[in-house]
Design a protein around this ligand. Structure first.
Ligand code: GLY
Ligand code: MN
Ligand code: MN
Length: 526
């Protein structure tokens, strides 16, 4: 029964007082046991302390986001905004429409600007904030919501936590979402308010309204300029929260290890089923489904749409249609990652010869990409800059393209690497070699260039190293035997005190090791 059907006059259900009383009665008492404090709670508290120290005296509003309609009365599965997940520790599908507010304690509103890196972790003088989580708690059985609300009601989507449940689980003060609008508007003229705008348009609008009313109350002029300044302040908060995720704590690193372990299993399940994927036809879909099954079983699901690209499809960088066949002799480029319940995701690519062995041409391409990846991984160490990883890998790519005679006449390796006048190699590898990885597959994306591309690598960062070479079937500059083959190798790397740890090293990478891996799985030796 859909919401529309339920609303339609011809199908209207009786809602007499007698019926309501009947539905509300006859249930066993609810359990009064409170959930245990979650393992992530102390880590989330530290993250909130860093935010508090950077924005003293300011009201900070971090929404989870709302449900999105898929069609008619059917919603997509909910996934909270990553800043909200990071600061609360809530993962999987929790909690639609919730809003985390860091409310300054004391009367310290100073309108100050956010602290820079060095301030994270506390400035000693900060009066701090109280974390308050506004959310929609479990409704009583005597409410209309209980049986009548297909979006939130217990009959339709299951029981929600109570206020006491969430406080016990997270160690955060919790309040009913109905109190949020008044709370966010309270004393709005007395203290700066910032909101993560992109997380929830309705919450951003509520903050805008509160700020506008406060400005009107004191007759503040220049509405446009005020709005622009407020939105800039909001963007500053979003950027800070994105950058805050760049150094992973030990709990996050463990979550990443689990995501990678699940991804490893998913890849092995795909390898085991390659003959079946070929036999059935529409093999890319089969691969997508098999990986998705393992992702859903190990964790929350896939961390991004899997790229299951066979043959020439591998040369379409974001091939997520996955509508093609897989044919004997093809390379299958599988770029996929498991997202665990905490929402941390792996991002791994292996390029697999679907018949078990690489052709000579496929192996030449593969070995070049592998050499580039080795150079990129070697550059993953503290003191190097993020951009050094790409520079190291792309040099190896350029060397191979030059050796194969593919660069234009008169263009050598140095000439193509010239950032202003070269870059010819990009015809065959257009993308970057690395990105930060974590709650978002492209994590920390709102950090500034200084904090990201130009920044030094530091222990605790997790990033991908993923060079590739792509020779389209219709690329007349490529050797005929290369055409229709695309190769990428992608691993997830943790920067350590003295270098790095390849977190996905257990998944074979060299051409020989990949062939042996496939043979081992097909022989049943796992
Ligand atoms: N899977 C997307 C990427 O590798 O960045
Ligand atoms: Mn990636
Ligand atoms: Mn990837």
């Amino acid at each position: 029964m859909s919401e529309e059907q339920k609303k339609s006059a011809s199908r209207a259900r009786p809602t007499t007082d007698e019926f309501r009383a009947f539905v509300a009665s006859g249930w066993a008492p609810r359990s009064t046991d409170l959930p245990a404090r979650s393992e992530v709670a102390p880590y989330a508290a530290e993250r909130r302390a860093a935010v508090s120290a950077a924005f003293p005296g300011q009201r900070l509003v971090m929404p989870a986001g709302g449900l999105k309609v898929r069609s008619n009365d059917t919603d997509y599965v909910f996934r909270p905004h990553s800043a909200f997940a990071h600061l609360t520790g809530l993962g999987s599908d929790r909690e639609a429409d919730a809003v985390l507010v860091l409310e300054p304690m004391g009367d310290s509103a100073d309108g100050g600007t956010p602290g820079h890196d060095g301030d994270v972790g506390g400035d000693g003088g900060s009066p701090g904030h109280e974390a308050i989580l506004y959310f929609r708690p479990l409704a009583g059985r005597d409410s209309d919501e209980f049986f009548g609300d297909s979006r939130y009601g217990e009959f339709w989507v299951g029981a929600r936590p109570t206020i006491e449940d969430l406080e016990a689980e997270l160690g955060i003060t919790a309040r009913h979402i109905d109190e949020f609008a008044d709370a966010v508007a309270k004393d709005a003229g007395q203290l700066p308010i910032r909101v993560v705008r992109e997380a929830d348009a309705a919450v951003a609008a509520a903050v805008d309204k509160a700020r506008a009313e406060a400005a009107d109350a004191v007759g503040a002029a220049m509405g446009e300029q005020r709005l622009e300044a407020e939105h800039e302040a909001d963007d500053e908060l979003s950027s800070f929260l994105s950058h805050l995720r760049m150094i992973k704590d030990e709990w996050e690193i463990d979550e990443m290890r689990s995501a990678i372990e699940g991804t490893h299993r998913g890849f092995e399940a795909v390898i085991a089923d390659l003959p079946e994927a070929i036999r059935r036809g529409r093999g890319e879909r089969w691969v997508e489904g098999v990986f998705g099954l393992y992702a859903r079983h190990h964790g929350n699901g896939i961390g991004y749409d899997s790229i299951c690209a066979s043959g020439d499809h591998a040369n379409t960088l974001h091939w997520i249609k996955n509508t093609g066949d897989i044919r004997e002799g093809d390379l299958l480029l599988l770029d996929a990652g498991v997202e665990v319940d905490s929402l941390f995701t792996a991002d791994i690519t292996r390029t697999l010869p679907v018949s078990g062995t690489f052709s000579e041409a496929q192996r030449r391409i593969y070995d070049a990409v592998y050499a580039a990846q080795e150079a990129g991984i070697a550059a993953c160490k503290p003191g190097n800059r993020f951009s050094d990883i790409h520079d190291a890998a792309i040099r190896v790519i350029a060397e191979h393209l030059h050796e194969w005679g593919l660069l234009p006449e008169g263009i050598d390796v140095e000439a193509t690497l010239d950032k202003e006048h070269g870059q010819y190699h990009r015809r065959w590898m257009v993308h970057g070699t690395s990105h930060h990885l974590g709650l978002d597959v492209h994590d920390c994306a709102l950090a500034t260039r200084e904090q990201y591309t130009d920044a030094q690598l530091k222990p605790g960062m997790i990033l991908t190293v993923e060079p590739g070479l792509y020779f389209k079937a219709d690329d007349l500059l490529a050797p005929p035997e290369f055409r229709g083959n695309g190769v990428r190798i992608e691993d997830d790397v943790l920067i350590t005190e003295d270098g790095c740890e390849n977190l996905s090293a257990a998944m074979p990478r060299t051409a020989d090791d990949v062939e042996a891996w496939i043979a081992r799985i097909w022989s049943g030796r796992g």
